[in-house]
Design a protein around this ligand. Structure first.
Ligand code: 4AD
Ligand code: MG
Length: 477
């Protein structure tokens, strides 16, 4: 007999059939009702283990967290809350879970508590729902790009370049920290290191993706990315996954069109394919919101928010317009912003991004044409000589979810920029070659996958949407 998954069984409902299911006990009530979950769905399968038919010693081993194989007949349920149940004739205990020490008890645990039990938290409804949605989103990403004719490209994880120029990198070395070779200047001699040069974990696969776009046409990456920024926020991780499409012959407008269509399309996919999980997460969020003060509660439910993003165009606004709006905004005048906006050129903080999205426009916003000196070196300079063809997609509750740009394709302009920023041109010889040989207009962007999962699931903290979050002072598991 091939075992059913709980999901298959609840979908097919083969009443009267003798069935077999494996799973973990969520609850065991009245020494009789086992709620079994195998991770295939948010729903549990009720298994009736009639105590009259079972040995007392066996019943004692059934408790939350235990792994069971239940064999029995599928019948219509007498009780409320489920349509079918398994009338168990046989129970095999794969493994028990001592109720005195098993941390996940059938009661409400805080997300902070569960973060410390990250190896077990996927056995809760919340985390299993989040992780199923995460998986569906990842699938939707590939499906979208593959259907659009993009090729999946794998940039290196270990690299010698700092794509974003922010210097927030994790060093990769095999040198002994206590006994590193030094050069004449007394500095660590990386020529004797494994790669013969300084290397780090990638902060972005963009530069390598550009090289592939200039040959394959349209490509996308989807992989882990590392940033050693000391940001203890609910939106930053030291290790996160990023999706970076890069398109030859796309200008910034085409780039923005693609970003919008892409985001809407993957959200549509989860709306269609993760209904049960999203409904559960919507209820969870409603309960959480009830604990917040009235003025901080969201006006829309989770599903309303997702549908809103799918059905409405993103508002496109230049940085300059945004600065005007922010400068004249109530919180700025009343000095409510932690970083007041005084003049053109200021870098936008998440409080400003969220004001624009949540209070002013009340929809996703794409800001573009940012000041050159607050953006990375590779962005195309506008005719005004002071702004670049950058774009950020801003989302409610999240702030920046996408960062992208049209790339500087003119060799001399790029060389000048590299010089101005004191970047070592020699390190970027291959990147500059793209501008020497068959250069062309091209563009791309990066979507922070965890921020997308956060938005889709309504989870407040980014540490709760990745299996094992990496952040300052934490690399457990
Ligand atoms: O804006 P960023 O730094 O852009 C790039 O890396 C470009 N190379 C992308 C490109 O044009 N190909 O990062 C892109 C996105 C951000 O908008 C954000 O969603 C996410 O990556 N991100 C982070 N997510 C979690 N933790 C962090 N520390 C993140 N830093 C950026
Ligand atoms: Mg950015």
């Amino acid at each position: 007999m091939k075992p059913y998954s709980v999901k298959e069984l609840l979908a097919k409902q083969p009443i009267g059939e003798r069935v077999e299911v494996n799973g973990w006990v969520r609850t065991f009530r009245s020494n009789r009702f086992v709620a079994l979950n195998d991770g295939s769905t948010i729903h549990n399968l009720q298994c009736v283990v009639d105590f009259e038919n079972f040995d007392e010693n066996l019943l004692k081993q059934i408790s939350s967290g235990a792994a069971l194989k239940v064999t029995g007949t599928l019948v219509e349920s007498q009780g409320r809350g489920q349509s079918v149940e398994v009338q168990a004739s046989d129970v095999f205990i794969h493994g028990t879970a001592d109720p005195d020490t098993y941390p996940i008890q059938p009661k409400k645990h805080s997300l902070e508590f569960l973060r410390e039990k990250a190896h077990l938290r996927v056995r809760t409804s919340t985390f299993s729902a989040v992780m199923r949605v995460r998986s569906a989103l990842a699938f939707a990403v590939h499906q979208y790009f593959q259907q659009q004719g993009f090729y999946y490209m794998h940039p290196p994880i270990i690299t010698g370049s700092d794509a974003e120029g922010a210097g927030e990198m994790f060093r990769v070395t095999t040198l002994d920290p206590k006994n590193s070779p030094v050069d004449e200047k007394g500095e660590v001699d990386y020529s004797q290191d494994f790669f013969g040069k300084e290397t780090n974990l990638t902060v972005s696969g963009q530069l390598e993706a550009e090289t592939y776009a200039m040959g394959l046409g349209n490509v996308y990456t989807f992989g882990p990315t590392f940033r050693a920024e000391n940001s203890n926020t609910s939106r930053h991780l030291a290790e996160f996954w990023m999706i970076e499409p890069e398109m030859a012959f796309y200008d910034l407008d085409a780039n923005m069109d693609l970003a919008e269509d892409f985001i809407q399309s993957i959200l549509r996919y989860v709306l269609e394919n993760c209904k049960d999980d999203l409904e559960f997460l919507e209820k969870r969020l409603l309960d959480e919101e009830k604990t917040k003060p009235q003025n901080e509660r969201s006006e829309m439910s989770l599903l309303e928010k997702l549908k809103f993003v799918v059905d409405n165009n993103f508002k496109r606004v230049t940085y300059t317009e945004a600065i005007d709006i922010l400068r004249n905004s109530k919180p700025n005048k009343k000095k409510k912003f932690q970083f007041p906006i005084d003049e053109w050129g200021a870098d936008l903080q998440s409080e400003h991004e969220r004001y624009l999205v949540e209070k002013h426009f009340k929809c996703p916003v794409i800001l573009f044409d940012y000041p050159a000196n607050i953006k990375a070196f590779y962005m195309r300079l506008n005719e005004d000589g002071k702004t670049v063809r950058a774009m950020d997609v801003l989302f409610p509750g999240i702030g920046e979810i996408v960062g992208g740009s049209q790339r500087e394709e003119r060799l001399e302009v790029l060389q000048q920029k590299i010089k101005d920023l004191d970047i070592d041109e020699k390190e970027l010889w291959w990147y500059l070659d793209l501008r020497r040989f068959g250069t062309a207009v091209h563009s791309g962007f990066g979507l922070g996958f965890e921020r997308m999962v956060q938005f889709t699931t309504g989870m407040g903290n980014i540490r709760d949407v990745i299996p094992y979050p990496r952040f300052p002072q934490n690399a457990e598991f």
